[in-house]
Design a protein around this ligand. Structure first.
Ligand SMILES: [Zn+2]
Length: 179
């Protein structure tokens, strides 16, 4: 009969990466705190716009954004239960949560190495989210300039039409015949 190797006894103490997150206010990286960004079109025309990056919803830009930093340090926990399944293998209950074997370490130094990897992974992921967010907001910005330029053209055309109509009316008498 095959024997299953149980790596740790229930009740033993072991190291696992603890997680945490901190949020700090930093100057908006897009407008450098000025709340305004200037967009230059291909024809050299420049437009100053409210910064979308530090704008929350429909409020005015704030000049600052929240920045998340991830923390992870070794935590010593006691293994209080074990679960063995064909699907997920062996995992332990520690401090109220199920922890996979690859997140448990006998030495604090090995756990520290894993913590550093986790911090780097989470930070890289966060940076990717920020970058994609920025890209989409820049697209919104470009779109809004494009939209309002088109509105100005439409309104100018309508104004011209309205003026032309009034000029034409003025040259016609009440009975509809030209003066
Ligand atoms: Zn900004």
């Amino acid at each position: 009969m095959a024997k299953l190797e149980i790596p740790y006894e229930v009740g033993s103490k072991i190291w696992t990466p603890g997680g945490g997150m901190a949020e700090v206010r930093v100057e908006c990286p897009e407008c450098c705190g000025t709340k305004v960004v200037t967009m230059e079109l291909g024809n050299g025309e420049r437009h100053s716009l409210d910064c979308r990056c530090c704008q929350a919803g429909y409020e005015s830009p704030r000049g600052w954004v929240w920045q998340r930093t991830f923390e992870s340090d070794p935590v010593e926990v006691e293994l209080t239960d074990i679960e063995i399944s064909a699907y997920s293998g062996i995992r332990y209950l520690a401090a109220g949560a199920w922890v996979d074997l690859d997140m448990l370490f006998e030495s604090k130094a090995d756990c520290e190495t894993r913590c550093a990897e986790l911090r780097a992974e989470r930070q890289a992921n966060e940076d990717r989210i920020i970058f994609n967010n920025l890209k989409s907001k820049r697209r919104d910005c470009a779109w809004s300039v494009h939209y309002w330029r088109r509105r100005v053209k439409d309104l100018e055309r309508d104004l011209e039409r309205a003026r032309a109509f009034l000029t034409k009316s003025a040259t016609v008498t009440n009975d509809g015949k030209p003066k």
